[in-house]
Design a protein around this ligand. Structure first.
Ligand SMILES: *Cc1c(COP(=O)(O)O)cnc(C)c1O
Length: 414
């Protein structure tokens, strides 16, 4: 189109789509089809050889579509567009964030391998790592954010350093916004990598991405998303994505083909539509969150606000400065009192919805200790600061004054 290097937000309406292939339609149609016609048998043979890794794609070879479990235009265009935000070589999209995460873990870990992961992580991921991967003989070691300067020691002390194959982190950690240093994890991975057995760093970037944190730029190998959150952004679709180099994503897509957990064309189309407004949505949400956080911090019934704009240690601030481009739109706060007071607050909300999930146009509030994090061991919960009085808030695109009014009147009910 042009030599100019256009920014992702300028390309979200056009990148990867050729109107002339779809009757001139300005928008990419929904390719609601399970299978695709080959022009001749030789084409079908050629497409399968590449899809199944029997040979490399030729330099000038144009590959066609086969079957919607392997590829579909809505998914391929979505993958091309999503890759732009993180500067990734390629992307694989999935029917949920959990399928993106589990497919990736299954592809890169084998029996006997060791996985190092950060605590706290998303409940579904936590369950899969501890309950499922261990059944398949993967050794797993969790670490806390306050242990991140001792990771090398932790790995060595396990006595299985030579088996370390993956470091999996979620940053900022849900729900208290504690940051993990991705560059430090990448250095650790390099230290334990061998030429034939690299250690992969995977980052769940759902809380900050794809606008406010780009883990690949800090040395991560893979970035994972629940696209249900900011990417979808309207609380109307469940989806996921994994991004990284072409080689690594080819492996992820291979596993996806056999697990069969790719996104469908309708999901792909919804996300293409969402991506057009990703940046204005997320920027409005972050602006609103800054105002909401300031209001909550000054409120006498709020003990503490966990927000990336209010970090309280120089270590956390240093990670933020190196790694994050915004304080984001997720916050949590401790209400004076415990569960009873938090419930009174939640039940009194009029505009903000009482629901789990995050990153959407509408603001959502929930109670981590009894909802999203109820599966976490109670002692561990306390250690992580997930107390009875903690409320998590995902700030949406409403008018900030209306949000502040609602939070204020609900705090009056406490
Ligand atoms: C929601 C979420 C997931 C799981 O994604 P689904 O789309 O619900 O399957 C994983 N990680 C984080 C951080 C999430 O918030």
């Amino acid at each position: 189109m042009t030599d100019r290097k256009l920014r992702p937000e300028s390309l979200m309406m056009s990148h990867g789509y050729k109107p002339e292939l779809s009757q001139g339609a300005v928008k990419c149609p929904i390719f609601q089809t399970s299978t695709f016609v080959f022009q001749k048998a030789e084409d079908g043979k050629a497409f399968f050889e590449v899809a199944y890794g029997l040979r490399e794609q030729g330099e000038t070879e144009e590959l066609g579509l086969i079957y919607s479990r392997l590829n579909n235009p809505d998914l391929e265009i979505l993958e091309d567009r999503l890759s732009l935000w993180d500067g990734a070589g390629d992307c694989a999209v999935f029917e949920s964030g959990m399928s993106a995460i589990t497919t990736t873990l299954l592809e890169f870990l084998s029996p006997g391998d060791m996985l190092l992961f950060s605590n706290p992580i998303y409940g579904g991921t936590d369950h899969f790592i501890k309950q499922t991967l261990t059944r398949f003989g993967v050794e797993v070691i969790g670490f806390y954010p306050w242990e991140q300067d001792r990771l090398e020691e932790l790995v060595r002390k396990s006595g299985k350093a030579d088996r370390l194959r993956m470091i999996y982190v979620e940053t900022p950690a849900n729900p208290t916004n504690i940051l993990i240093d991705v560059a430090a994890c990448s250095r650790l991975a390099k230290q334990f990598s061998r030429a034939d057995k690299p250690v992969i760093v995977a980052v769940d970037n759902t809380y900050m991405g794809p606008l406010w944190q780009h883990p690949l730029a800090h040395g991560a190998d893979l970035v994972l998303y629940s696209a249900t959150k900011y990417i979808g952004g309207h609380s109307d679709v469940i989806a996921g994505a994994c991004l990284g180099s072409k080689d690594l994503i080819a492996r992820v897509k291979g596993m996806r083909t056999f697990l069969g957990c790719m996104a469908g064309p309708w999901t792909g189309w919804l996300l293409l539509r969402s991506l057009e407004t990703l940046k204005p949505r997320m920027e409005t949400q972050a602006r609103n969150a800054a105002q909401v956080a300031a209001f909550l911090r000054s409120h006498p019934k709020v003990k503490k606000v966990h927000y990336l704009g209010f970090l309280d240690t120089p270590e956390q601030q240093a990670i933020f400065d190196a790694q994050c481009l915004s304080a984001g739109a997720m916050l949590a706060f401790d209400i004076e009192g415990g569960e009873a007071e938090a419930f009174r607050f939640l039940n009194a909300l009029k505009l903000v919805k009482l629901a789990v999930s995050l990153g959407s146009t509408e603001s959502l509030a929930e109670h981590p200790a009894t909802m999203t994090h109820v599966g976490v061991d109670p002692v561990e919960r306390e250690k992580l600061g997930i107390t009875g009085g903690l409320v998590r808030l995902s700030v949406g695109v409403e008018h900030p004054d209306d949000l502040i009014w609602d939070l204020g009147q609900a705090l009056e009910a406490v």
